[in-house]
Ligand binder design. Structure first.
Ligand code: UGA
Length: 439
């Protein structure tokens, strides 16, 4: 059977909106990405992508050329014509209480309410607290008692840096709605995935909203588990990478997200775990494992500077520290809740000079990190340093010229917070070397 092309309006051209919009267009649908920010729309129309995501610029360009993807400041026309309107606006943590701030979501619902014509599926792609779908439905119903629409939850599971791959080859698609017409539209939107036999899981709307938080909380907990095991490995003389492999081969556990490090960061795990803790507390059903996960991870990020100091005998006064990597993970320019935001200020507070390099994140980092000297490359950053710290596992830091680094540093000391190098090898090359969870 042939594919039916759907008309999609995507509200919000942030990370999720842009990736989802471009991928739906690439699936053959007719997509308009809408944003209130004129400079963003202008840049997009010129083919400039405001975020760093591998492959996204080519995907956007190809679909704009193909006439399936366009951008608009005013969403009215696209929303009127749409079979599905996606809400992909930001839901930042509200200051003070950690709840998700839904003002952009509600504003989008108001706008959509005034415009939809014919049966329209309104989809939340943004990560929204349980019950938000009900609220959106209420907002639209109140303004337009006559409107024919269904509100659906369709959470995204995209990793930054691998978002296009995750969108096109997902483990599953979750669609929260009991409305049969809405289910049919969603099935049509994701039809190309049938080719890879991706399961589409239809659930109730609140269930779907919770699945998103539960998935991120579980992954955050898994990382935190292996981080604690890493500390234990150090204390008892075991190797965390072998522990991870040894447990991960058990299919019930699975080997992914068992890489020990300086603590998770990013725009999702810290925010979503906190929001889940608040939602659960409000509902009178606390999620204590996640409360603890949040606490352990916050403390871990703060403790990393102390590790650096320990390797140098406890005192950083007058010492120069080189930081390689500042973003919360590789292949992104995203600095949100990155461990570097805790590590660099703590090092400076202990009296160290900090010089840093990141392949994509320095522009953002310069706004957030006072007193750090930004360098043009890894070799510039390590020049004159007493210790080099690998904070983010960018590919280019996996293949450093170690002998050259040794010559450039004041003394050859490495703290490898991502276990990129092998302890024996670094020691053979003359380095004092410390990593995570390995002797
Ligand atoms: C995460 C989830 O992986 C996505 O499935 C989800 O859709 C997304 O959040 C979201 O809610 O939008 P992302 O934040 O882009 O994606 O990045 P991850 O690759 O999950 O990494 C998050 C943090 O965990 C990073 O700081 C990373 O360094 C850390 N991490 C990850 C580890 O320390 N160890 C691991 O084994 C894996």
């Amino acid at each position: 059977e042939g594919q039916v092309s759907m008309r999609v309006a995507m509200i919000g051209t942030g990370y999720v909106g842009l990736v989802s919009g471009a991928c739906f267009a690439d699936f053959g649908h007719d997509v308009t990405c809408v944003d209130k920010d004129p400079s963003k729309i202008e840049r997009l129309e010129r083919g400039e992508i405001p975020i760093f995501e591998p492959g996204l610029d080519d995907l956007v360009a190809a679909n704009v050329r193909g006439g399936r993807l366009s951008f608009a400041l005013d969403g009215a026309e696209a929303i009127r014509a749409a079979d599905a309107v996606f809400i992909a606006v930001g839901t930042p943590s509200r200051r003070g209480d950690g709840h998700a701030d839904l003002s952009y979501v509600h504003a989008a619902a108001e706008e959509i309410a005034g415009l939809i014509e014919g049966f329209t599926v309104v989809v939340t792609k943004s990560t929204v607290p349980v019950g938000t779908g009900d609220e959106i439905e209420r907002i639209i119903r109140e303004r337009r008692p006559d409107a024919d629409f269904a509100v659906v939850s369709n959470p995204e599971f995209l990793r930054e840096g691998a978002a296009i791959e995750d969108f096109k080859r997902p483990d599953r698609v979750v669609v929260g709605t009991e409305d049969a017409r809405a289910q049919a539209v969603m099935r049509e939107l994701y039809r190309p995935l049938n080719l890879n036999e991706t399961p589409i899981l239809f659930t109730g709307r609140r269930t779907s909203e919770l699945i998103k938080y539960a998935a991120n909380a579980f992954l955050a907990m898994k990382i935190t588990f292996i981080n604690e095991m890493a500390d234990l490995c150090e204390a008892v003389g075991a190797d965390v990478q072998q522990v991870a492999r040894g447990i991960g081969l058990d299919k019930r556990i699975g080997g992914k997200f068992l890489h020990a490090g300086p603590g998770y960061g990013g725009s999702c795990f810290p925010k979503d775990t906190l929001a889940l803790v608040r939602t659960a507390a409000d509902a009178g059903s606390p999620v204590r494992l996640i409360e603890t996960t949040v606490r352990i991870n916050d403390a871990r990020k703060k403790a990393m500077a102390g590790r650096v100091a320990n390797v140098l005998g406890g005192d950083l006064k007058g010492k120069t520290v080189a930081l390689l990597g500042l973003t919360f993970k590789p292949n992104t320019d995203d600095m949100r809740d990155a461990p570097s935001l805790d590590v660099a200020p703590a090092l400076i507070a202990m009296g160290a000079e900090v010089q840093a390099f990141d392949p994509e994140g320095m522009h953002e980092a310069a706004k957030l990190l006072d007193g750090v000297r930004f360098k043009d490359g890894p070799y510039e950053a390590v020049t004159g340093a007493d210790v080099v710290v690998i904070l983010t596992e960018w590919d280019q830091f996996r293949a450093l010229d170690i002998d050259r680094i040794k010559l450039l540093m004041r003394q050859p000391v490495m703290v490898d917070l991502r276990n990129v190098y092998r302890p024996e090898e670094m020691r053979t090359r003359g380095f004092r070397y410390a990593s995570i969870g390995r002797a």
